[in-house]
Design a protein around this ligand. Sequence first.
Ligand code: FES
Ligand code: FES
Length: 167
Amino acid sequence: MPEHTFRLNGEPVTVTAPDDLRLLWVLRDLLGLTGPKYGCGIAVCKACTSHLNGRAVTPCSVPVGALGPEDEVTTIEGLAGEGGLHPMQRAWLDLDVSQCGYCQPGQIMAAVALVRRVAAEGRAVTDADLDGIRNVCRCGAYPRVREAIRAGGEAMRDSPDRGLPTG
Ligand code: FES
Ligand code: FES
């Protein structure tokens, strides 16, 4: 069975797994990170949303064989900095977004990727950007999710070392 090495939440990891095993199962079953949730397994619900090299991806659709040693995977477990919660996580708590909580790690990871992307484009989050988030919430917490993305995005602007790329 092949070995695969990549970076996970800032540290190199190596797993032994078939090339076509999806990253979601590598994270959850082989590496014990259960923040990325399993909802559909076919890249529809977005419950598993994590970051690959800073971009939001659904690890249920990424074969582990596609990763190399320089690829950086970030899950919700790796989002908080040494100084405490990420500004988006703090906004989620402040606005009491969660109901059952199942979709929330994916929602937060999608939110952070969105804010970073629009900041890199030199603009603020728009309603159209929020409409483009496709993470399913079976509890219907969408209004608070949108509110938290705006609040968390503003907080990220004030915390560039923990939120937005610099330079
Ligand atoms: S479990 Fe990955 S998108 Fe649904
Ligand atoms: S909070 Fe329950 S699925 Fe979103």
